[in-house]
Design a protein around this ligand. Structure first.
Ligand SMILES: CSC[C@@H](O)[C@@H](O)C(=O)COP(=O)(O)O
Length: 352
């Protein structure tokens, strides 16, 4: 199987596998301008917390190229360059509000820009950093897989939500990566994945990825999770995260909170897989996490076709917060963290 890698930098062009077109067709969008990357993130042609972080890093490279010189091609002084870059960085950071990886990647790129004295070397230096962020992400995911695979229920069944696979990252995936790692060590278990209304990341993307990996998975409507759990058909649940607060409260795709509450009610472990770049120690709890609200048309329409009466009002929060008391463990690239999360997450962020 060829590894799925949704983001490629190719000689100044950012190439993204368009996730709005999967699984029907595999279309690559090509961008040479940071504004195009902002639009691709906002419109979810690229999505998933780590993947939008990697895309944002390349967007900073494209912005640096644009603002490094004046109309005549002469390099600006460093101060003026940084003002221009920070303006673009703000637009990139604001593309989507909930996943902290986006702001994390932009901040990391700005720190590199600030530390580079030679403007003629700036774009190369930033490109090196963006590539590093992308490579590190794959390595981190594989490490999460190694740490998390022992949680997978050999002979049992696992339920997952949204898309947390290679498509949501630079490669391999977070929660889906843990499932894959368990499967690849020879464990055998049943996999259920939710369709994940309204954007259908589960039906369109996760089901497709499991097919590519040769891992049999059964697609369910989101609201079928309860009956499955009550019948004893789910041994554990694993999801990804878009932001983890210092106390372990976790923002993830809308519907995650309901799954976690159902899991607790039915005595089923609920795991989160998230790289440390998704952990935001600056906020004490999930109450501080901004939840993105997307257009109601995503609920009332699917790919332009109405699925509700014309004129109906729809509320479309893209994420929800699962309080830490519902979470059995958080798998990071530096180990598996259990309650009390405040201490464990700090240690995980301190390094391996
Ligand atoms: C590795 S992915 C973790 C999360 O980013 C994922 O579960 C999720 O909620 C993605 O939401 P999306 O709106 O598709 O970007």
């Amino acid at each position: 199987m060829n590894e799925i890698r949704p983001i490629h930098w190719d000689d100044g062009i950012l190439k993204l596998l368009d996730q709005t077109r999967l699984p029907v067709e595999q279309v690559v969008v090509e961008l040479d301008d940071y504004r195009g990357a902002v639009t691709a993130i906002r419109d979810m042609q690229v999505r998933g917390a780590p993947a939008i972080g990697v895309t944002a890093a390349y967007a900073v490279v494209m912005a640096a190229k644009e603002v490094a010189t004046d109309d005549k091609g002469t390099f600006l002084d460093k101060g003026n360059f940084l003002v221009g870059l920070q303006e673009a960085a703000q637009a990139i950071s604001a593309a989507r509000p909930t996943a902290v990886n986006l702001q994390w990647a932009v901040r990391r790129m700005l720190e590199v820009a600030e530390s580079e004295p030679d403007l003629s070397n700036m774009v190369n230096r930033l490109l090196g950093e963006a590539k590093l962020i992308q490579e590190e992400d794959e390595e981190i995911n594989r490490r999460m897989g190694d740490f998390g695979k022992s949680l997978m229920p050999d002979g049992g069944s696992v339920l997952t939500h949204c898309n947390t696979g290679a498509l949501a990252t630079s490669a391999f995936g977070t929660a889906l990566g843990v499932i894959r790692a368990g499967w690849e060590t020879g464990m055998r278990f049943k996999v259920f994945n939710t369709e994940t209304r309204p954007f259908l990341q589960g039906a369109r993307l996760t089901a497709w990825e499991f097919q590519q990996l040769g891992i049999p998975a059964t697609l369910i409507v989101d609201s079928a999770a309860g009956i499955l759990m009550r019948q004893g058909d789910v041994s554990c649940v694993i999801t990804g995260a878009d932001r983890v607060a210092a106390n372990g409260d976790t923002a993830n795709k809308i519907g995650t909170y309901s799954l976690a509450v159902l899991a607790k009610e039915n005595g089923i472990p609920f795991y989160v897989a998230a790289p440390t770049s998704t952990v935001d120690l600056s906020i004490p709890s999930g109450d501080e996490i901004q939840i993105e609200e997307r257009a109601g048309s995503e609920v009332t329409h699917f790919q332009g076709a109405p699925t509700a009466p014309v004129g109906v009002e729809a509320f479309n929060p893209a994420f929800d917060v699962t309080p830490h008391r519902y979470i059995s463990a958080i798998v990071t690239e530096n180990g598996v963290v259990r309650a009390p999360f405040v201490e464990g997450l700090k240690l995980a962020l301190g390094g391996p």
